[in-house]
Design a protein around this ligand. Structure first.
Ligand code: C2E
Ligand code: MG
Ligand code: MG
Ligand code: MG
Length: 282
């Protein structure tokens, strides 16, 4: 394999990509060590309301591997899922987010909401809810509102068996958001049965909204469906003023994307939150 001293992650990663299977085995081995070596950390992307105020943040994991460089979550989360590492990484995510956001709240003295992505395996893990509850208690996160972002794939299996768990989560005052909505398996009856507070329009639809009429129709339909069910609608991957304006026109009420802010390390997030106006209505 490449010399450990080479830090050019993009280069190493491009080479590693060609090695297919070997790549995955190697990443998995490195991932096993990543937590002990403090290579995993969280960044936070601000979420804005229609008036341009921040109402919350989405926590996103980052892995800066000493051997592989920066590995995108889309490359290692599926491996973590497949190799059984996800529950452990998931606990790290929940604990880190709660600790860091509670610390931020202490400084800002201002309520905001935190969205945490929860993968299917993480959600299905027997100890998930108990650990979440325990972490909320220990970090005194009760003063901040928590949203769990799940994907449609979670509901492929059996909606009915998940319902009690979702209801327990709701009873704890935690919100449920449906991430990447429209890209996976979804049915209207599923939306009707599940206690979902928010739909996230996938970035791919936002990207193609101006060029592709079907993508624009998807955006309009997702907003209409969500609104009719009384849900909030978040557009992800908003990169331009034009996108934000068209989405607002269609009735979208929440926005996230590089146009407003990139995912930020916690220190930069603090600065961003101090410099921007906040909403309290979460
Ligand atoms: P996601 O939850 O749908 O997150 C949105 C992704 O879009 C993030 O990529 C974010 O950085 C990116 N993004 C946001 N705004 C823009 C924009 O304006 N332009 C562009 N080009 N990208 C934008 P990221 O951080 O690479 O995460 C990718 C996916 O990996 C996430 O998709 C989520 O499925 C997964 N993931 C990330 N962090 C976590 C985590 O802590 N736990 C779990 N289970 N999954 C995670
Ligand atoms: Mg998400
Ligand atoms: Mg998403
Ligand atoms: Mg997405």
């Amino acid at each position: 394999y490449e010399s450990k001293k080479i830090k050019n992650s993009a280069h190493i990663f491009a080479n590693a990509m060609q090695e297919g299977f070997l790549k995955n085995v190697h990443i998995e081995q490195e991932l096993r060590k990543a937590m002990a070596h403090h290579e995993l950390f969280m960044v936070y992307q601000p979420q804005m309301d229609v008036e341009g105020s921040v109402y919350g943040v989405e926590a996103l994991i980052r892995w800066n591997s000493s051997h592989l460089g920066l590995v995108p979550p889309n490359d290692f989360i599926p491996l973590a899922e497949a190799s059984g590492l996800m529950p452990k990484i998931g606990r790290f995510i929940v604990e880190t987010v709660c600790l860091e956001m509670q610390a931020l709240h202490q400084i800002l003295q201002h309520p905001f909401q935190v969205s945490i992505n929860i993968s299917v395996r993480q959600f299905m893990d027997a100890g998930f809810l108990e650990h979440l509850l325990q972490t909320i208690e220990q970090t005194q996160m009760r003063s901040l509102s928590i949203t769990l972002e799940v994907t449609e794939n979670l509901f492929i299996e059996d909606v009915h068996s998940l319902l009690p768990l979702l209801k327990q989560i709701k009873a704890m005052g935690i919100q449920i958001s449906m991430d990447d909505f429209g890209t996976g398996y979804s049915s209207l009856s599923m939306l009707r049965k599940l206690p979902i507070d928010e739909l996230k329009i996938d970035k791919s639809f936002v990207d193609e909204m101006f060029e592709d009429d079907a993508a624009q129709k998807m955006v309009q339909n997702i907003i209409a469906i969500g609104k009719n069910f009384g849900m909030h609608i978040v557009a992800e991957g908003v990169e331009t003023k034009e996108q934000k304006e068209l989405l607002s026109l269609f009735g979208c009420d929440r926005f996230q994307g590089y146009y407003f802010a990139k995912p930020l390390p916690k220190e930069d997030l603090l600065k961003f939150l101090q410099e921007n106006s906040f909403t309290c209505n979460v």
